[in-house]
Design a protein. Structure first.
Length: 485
């Protein structure tokens, strides 16, 4: 069944480089741009994520008749696009980054425009959906009366995930779940609560300082979510709270359902909400309960950020080289999102291989072991210990390299398809989520039963070893570096 994404699209441009000096004209950094990346943003990013994962997806939107609109069509290759004319310039958002730090953003054509018209073809495409994502970015598509009437009629038949925008309209009644972040939820609840009952206050810093209290009944997310659940008349509200996870509210009399998130180190949270909406759609389409879908989607959003976020997405305008005799089309469907990659490979009859470790200071032994592991199946997913996990296992001086950079280095290797960061001391919880067909460890375990064997065999998987190279180790490299530093 087809996933339909409805909403506003924009062209996102990232200019990245290093800033090592100030401008002589003004006290502002000079960024030496070394990389320029363009991609479809907004609803286009959600649709592209799903297409990259191999899901049949239709994007229903409007496009401007200009160069940016034509670039958007190019970057949406692989997505079934049903678009009407916007009648206005396509919005372009250009972000400048120095290293991993944002410096400034320029918006072009992003001013408020009238609500666009929808064509009969756009409405027919929505009617074909098995699940719908409304990705509202405040540009008016979600406010069209004919489209809203159709979505309201479909709400009892088709799961609808509504990702709201502060400048957009309220969701139509009856949608399966609305997914505001905490800041959006608090602002929306403040504007809708009676003046004498506005108990929700927006104190993001206090919220961060008191993260351990985030599941208490007085939690801002719960208070705001209850107000919005009543006002929006949706079946559920999922308030996301960044690194603190999310809270799901289904009924004003029901106990809120907390959804914890794994701890990850991510420099840029861009795209996390889009990844969450895409995950919810996939899991609801598969028949999972909303609670289970939310838990999986929150973890997948965290994995997405840990693996590099939007910066790790492939350039759709370039034809990637096939791997292991894959066709270019099959290679394009590859995802760096570990859980979705595993599902896609398994559905295609392939073998999912996983291995794990800290991978702090990559060396030749790692490369040989990972290459050997990749040859055992159709994809290799590395379960990577988080920084906290490494510190508990190796001591306070480790890791030498942070988890974000370790994941990026692993993903740069031809033999590694995806990275799944885990925060526990052992990989069992990550393996339970991933369920690989083969779990691989280095040959230093040879002759001994692997600790994970019983768990992996419980779903029919196998545990294997690959050659181990004792003369090459991270500890040896670290000791050598300490002597010359």
């Amino acid at each position: 069944m087809r996933i339909v994404v409805v909403g506003d699209v924009m062209l996102d441009v990232d200019l990245s480089g290093e800033a090592t000096r100030l401008s002589p004209d003004a006290p502002v950094p000079v960024v030496d741009v070394s990389d320029v990346r363009r991609r479809a943003g907004g609803a286009g990013l959600v649709a592209r994520m799903l297409a990259e994962d191999g899901w049949p997806v239709t994007l229903v939107t409007v496009l401007g008749d200009d160069d940016a609109g034509r670039q958007l069509q190019e970057h949406l290759a692989g997505v079934r696009l049903v678009a009407g004319p916007s009648g206005y310039p396509s919005p372009v958002k250009t972000r400048v980054r120095a290293g991993s730090h944002p410096v400034v953003r320029f918006d072009q054509g992003c001013e408020k425009t009238p609500v666009p018209e929808v064509s009969p073809a756009m409405l027919r495409a929505v009617e074909e959906a098995g699940v719908i994502i409304v990705a509202d970015y405040g540009r008016g598509v979600a406010a069209n009366p004919r489209l809203r009437d159709l979505l309201a009629r479909l709400a009892d038949e088709v799961p609808i995930i509504w990702d709201p925008h502060p400048a957009g309209p309220d969701p139509v009644p009856g949608v399966a779940v609305v997914t505001p972040n905490l800041s959006e939820a608090v602002r929306a609840a403040q504007s809708r609560a009676p003046k004498d009952a506005r108990t929700v206050t927006n104190k993001p810093e206090a919220q961060k300082d008191q993260a351990h209290k985030d599941q208490a009944p007085q939690d801002q997310a719960v208070e705001a979510g209850r107000i919005l659940l009543d006002h929006w008349r949706s079946k559920a509200v999922l308030v996301t709270k960044g690194e603190q996870g999310a809270v799901l509210l289904r009924d004003n009399n029901a106990t809120p359902h907390p959804v914890p998130a794994p701890r990850v180190e991510a420099g840029d949270p861009c795209g996390a909400g889009d990844r969450l909406a895409a995950g919810l759609a996939v899991h609801l389409l598969a028949g999972r309960s909303l609670e289970e879908a939310a838990e999986l989607a929150v973890h997948e959003a965290a994995d997405f950020l840990a693996a590099g976020g939007v910066s790790a997405l492939p350039d759709r305008t370039k034809e990637p080289a096939g791997r292991n005799n894959e066709s270019p089309a099959a290679a394009r469907r590859r995802s760096t999102e570990p859980l979705l990659l595993a599902r896609s490979v398994r559905q295609g009859g392939g073998t999912v291989v996983a291995t794990g470790g800290c991978f702090d200071l990559l060396h030749a032994g790692h490369v040989r072991s990972l290459t050997a592991a990749r040859e055992l199946g159709d994809c290799l997913i590395v379960c990577l210990n988080s920084d906290d996990s490494v510190r508990r296992l190796k001591g306070p001086e480790r890791p030498i390299i942070g988890q974000h950079d370790r994941a990026e280095l692993l993903l740069a290797m031809e033999c590694v398809d995806a990275v799944l960061v885990f925060d526990e001391d052992t990989p069992e919880a990550a393996l339970e989520r991933l369920r690989p067909d083969i779990w691989v460890k280095g040959g230093d375990y040879k002759g001994a039963r692997l600790p994970e064997t019983e768990l992996v065999e419980s779903w029919g998987g196998r545990c294997l070893t690959v050659p181990y190279h004792p003369a090459r180790s991270t500890t040896g490299l670290a000791d050598a570096l300490a002597k010359v530093s």
